[in-house]
Design a binder for this molecule. Structure first.
Ligand SMILES: [Zn+2]
Length: 77
């Protein structure tokens, strides 16, 4: 019968593998979370760019209220 103890990964290959698999799962979850945050930030950035571009392209065809509304849409306020 094999005995396990704190830090037995140093000598047990199967314990070392299990430890590494756990670490991989943890890192994958972290990566997933950070990718989601990046997606949200990118989406927000895109929205602002679209609004700014629309104001730049079409401002003279509209009035200040239209520009303000477009800016609000871009800022999400
Ligand atoms: Zn062990």
């Amino acid at each position: 019968m094999t005995e396990h103890w704190e830090g037995c990964e140093e000598v047990h290959w199967d314990c070392r593998i299990a430890q590494l698999e756990k670490e991989i799962a943890r890192l994958q979850e972290k990566l997933h979370d950070e990718m989601s945050q990046l997606e949200i930030a990118t989406d927000l950035g895109n929205k602002r760019w679209v609004a700014l571009n629309e104001i730049y392209e079409n401002a003279e065809k509209h009035n200040a209220d239209w520009c303000k509304r477009k800016a609000q849409e871009g800022l999400g306020i």
